[in-house]
Design a protein around this ligand. Sequence first.
Ligand SMILES: [Zn+2]
Length: 370
Amino acid sequence: MSTSWIDFRALREKVSLLDVLRHYGVEVKIRGDQATGLCPLPRHPPRTDGRPRTASLSVNLARNIFKCFGCQARGNTIDYVCYSEGLDPADPQHVRQAAMKMTGWFDVSADGPIDRPATPIAKPRCVNTTASRVGQAKGEDARPLQQHLNPPTEPNQEESDVLVNPPLGFTLQDLDPSHPYLASRGFTPETLEHFGLGYCARGMLKGRIAIPLHDAGSLIGYAGRLTDDQMISDECPKYLLPGRRKRDGVTIDFRKSRFLYNGHRITEAVDDLAVCEGFPAVWWLHQAGYRAVSLMGSDCSTEQADLLIRAVTPDGRVWVFTDADPAGNDCATRILTLVGQSRFVRRVKIPHGQPTDYPPDELARWLWHR
Ligand SMILES: [Zn+2]
């Protein structure tokens, strides 16, 4: 371990998340670009009620990102190694340590992709990655497999039998993007298609515009915007979000504080990113050519702040584009407090209303050059 220079780019390009899972002997079930399995990370809370564990680890093989819906660990291939090794992926020194380990395990210096078994990922099948562990790893990691799968761990506050924001498992069909509610607000068919928006005529979201919500590459649910503002009441909110529910005996909880709306599209840190309160502001800014995410409300959780920091390069800028009202001011202050220590944060202070009230040429005066 004497080399000090690490080619992070070569690591990212040559070592896939599946290579790393194989290195650790993690068993996953592969279906298309998605792999799922039991979460083997040391931080994962143990189950105490004696029931079988749930496959809470979800991996997007095409994008090499993962998320655990139990312990909420998430990130890219190097982040995965950090968590597995008890390192902190938010600490640059720890990230270096993880990358050093990876360069020891995999032959990153060779030209072309590392020598790995062909893995056509077309049909559903179960892969026992333990079998391919020999020859992948270069022997640096000598911990027995069992230690990875059942590591000694301290339970954290997370309830062990609740999955937070797991993939939904189905998509709503027959959403109508031509509903006048959307067109009358100036959204183009391209924008509506980009965000998968459409009017829902039946079921839970009847009478609402269905808004697909994604986290870590997976559809996790839908929000619903009532199209008839006169119907808004305490029982019938303007926006309906997924609730807590049971599926196959497992409690599933939806927490908007754990992700950023439209954040799933950011796979590499960007230079400029706008953060808004509502969904329509994201659609509006996208249509005007700006990348934006939404907090889905006027509160910014510490998790969301962390996601904002990771979404923007160290030299990049976070543009706070909240509404011009007291809640929007408080929200902006909170983002400045939480994100401002790590990234340059700039508030776009609009004179009144919300971002969707302003035409693209006015947005261009306030936001960055595209
Ligand atoms: Zn986990």
